[in-house]
Write a protein of this length. Sequence first.
Length: 188
Amino acid sequence: MGSIQKREVPMSGEETSKKSMTDEFLERLQQHRRYLYHIAYRLTGNTEDAKDLMQETIWQAHRKSNRYVYEKSLKAWLRTMMTNRFRDQKRKKSLKLVALEDAFIQSEPPHSTDMLSVEEQVEQRLMLEQVKEEIQDLPDIYRRVVVLRHFHGYSYTEISEALEIPEGTVKTQLFRARKMLKERLSKK
């Protein structure tokens, strides 16, 4: 049997030009990795998230290279793309948290009211409404941990992952939120 020889099909001039332009553009993007990482780190405050955001931005810029106007600053274009991507990610996360908070506000009391008198049920409902109002008035960082912990049953680890903060911070924020609620409710 004869050996099969591989023959490369020559690329047309246009295909070669496109490929070299794409490679050149990708090379230019890679030269800005350090710059992009610094911006990403300032936005996210976290090494892993910064690396992810940097990679996503480079990938997006590579895909959208045909939209880049070469007379414009590549750094400015990349910075804008990264900032927009970061805002989109934040918006998506915040929408998830708002949905959780809305579910909490519409929820029923966590324990049964079957054995209580009508008067006790009314009193319990009023107290629950007061607690909900006070929780809504808490600063965002405290309100989120309270809602996730006490109304959705999340563990400290789950809250830490959902909010992307250390577990120790979750515990501290929860402690401070409870203390604030206790002070506010005792005044009423």
